[in-house]
Ligand binder design. Structure first.
Ligand SMILES: Cc1ncc(COP(=O)(O)O)c(C=O)c1O
Length: 359
């Protein structure tokens, strides 16, 4: 299934995208996971050519996939003359942490709506929540019931802040609207240049799915630039059908707001035909892991020196690993695992790690 065609002589692709506030450390490296490929081949008899794109290195407090999206969201907030950015997520949200740090970097006030089981502040400040506190984010704690009202919740808190005289820019959950998804359209330009340098394109791009923006951007960027690979999303909550609908919605907005290719416009025989979601790797639920899962993440760290997280990238890697073992990829397939960050959540799972590793 490997294409093996040389692209180095092709001109660089170029998309006309709206302004972004550049802050991510890019291009992020693409590295081979040769020892892991070897290990899987030995254990299962299935040999693939596995690589990793290191978006865990886009920055430190500003690390992970979110910063790519926020470059576009914050350019818009500055254009609007906002002094406050309002966004939401689970209490250990990577997106909220990255938003809080970028807001402070730009002299804006971050206001976070963080969901906890009872709408009360966390008992222990750790992981991303601790970082939110360090950077002085304003936090409103919300219940799961309030959180489920989505845009109504954001509108109510926006109105409250505006009544205090603030100029508020709302960034939706995960920055997963069309504007945020532009970050991953742009990321495909970056990947295309790297594939040309490697002189061989990938067959599959695999990534964690939490709110759909990364996926929507990757699909749209792939179609806009005529890339040959298929996108395999691994849902860490809900399921593939739910995210397929969300991605369709965001892609429609990318077309109507920014003139980017619509869903289904990919070239015939291109990667779009192989797009799918790898369902069944959400485990015990969002943000929860099992000792067996954690031990696979530890094995990856010990084999390749790569750290994944228990909420997103670990589950995505596990989904990919199990699918390779099950023989779902042709021999020699070139697979790029897009590491989307999230390492701080390991510190929130210290007790689970201790149990899994018998520390
Ligand atoms: C570390 C990490 N990886 C992947 C994702 C999923 O990205 P998206 O929300 O764009 O689906 C998220 C956030 O949801 C994340 O924090």
């Amino acid at each position: 299934m490997s294409h093996g065609t040389s692209e180095s002589a092709q001109p660089a692709p170029f998309l006309s995208l709206p302004a972004r506030h550049r802050v991510a450390q890019v291009p992020t490296p693409i590295e081979p996971l040769s020892r892991w490929s070897e290990l899987v081949a030995k254990r299962s008899g299935h040999r693939v050519d596995l690589w990793i794109k290191r978006d865990d290195l886009t920055g430190f407090a500003l690390g992970g996939n979110k910063v790519r999206k926020l470059e576009f969201s914050f350019a818009h907030a500055l254009e609007l003359g906002a002094d406050t950015v309002l966004t939401c997520g689970g209490f250990d949200s990577n997106h909220c942490r990255a938003t809080a740090f970028l807001a402070r970097r730009l002299g804006l006030v971050p206001h976070l709506l963080l969901r906890t089981a009872d709408g009360q502040p966390v008992q222990e400040w750790q992981g991303n929540t601790l970082l939110d506190a360090i950077v002085g984010a304003e936090i409103s704690w919300v219940t799961p019931e309030e959180y489920r009202t989505g845009s109504a919740m954001l509108a109510a808190h926006r109105a409250r802040l505006e009544a205090e005289g603030r100029r508020v820019c709302v960034i939706p959950e995960g920055a997963s609207d069309a504007r945020g998804a532009l970050g991953f359209v742009a990321a495909v330009e970056e990947l295309a240049a790297q594939e040309r340098a490697l002189e061989s394109p990938f067959d599959f791009v695999v990534h964690a799915v939490g709110s759909g923006g990364t996926s929507a951007g990757l699909h749209t960027g792939r179609d806009a630039l005529g890339r040959p690979w298929s996108v395999l999303g691994v849902p860490v909550c809900d399921d593939g059908a739910t995210f397929a609908a969300k991605v369709t919605e965001i892609r429609a907005d990318l077309t109507s707001e920014f003139g980017l290719p619509s869903e289904g416009s990919g070239a015939e025989g291109g990667g779009a035909e192989g797009d799918r979601y790898l369902d069944g790797y959400g485990g015990r639920g969002y943000g929860l892991s099992s000792p067996d899962e954690l031990r696979v993440y530890a094995e990856l760290a010990r084999t390749e020196g790569v750290l994944v997280d228990p909420c997103y990238t670990g589950k995505a890697f596990l989904g990919l690993f199990r699918s390779i073992e099950a023989g779902q990829f042709a021999s020699g397939a070139r697979i790029l695992f897009w590491h989307t960050g999230g390492a701080f959540a390991n510190f929130s799972a210290a007790a689970e790690w201790q149990e899994a590793l018998s520390l």
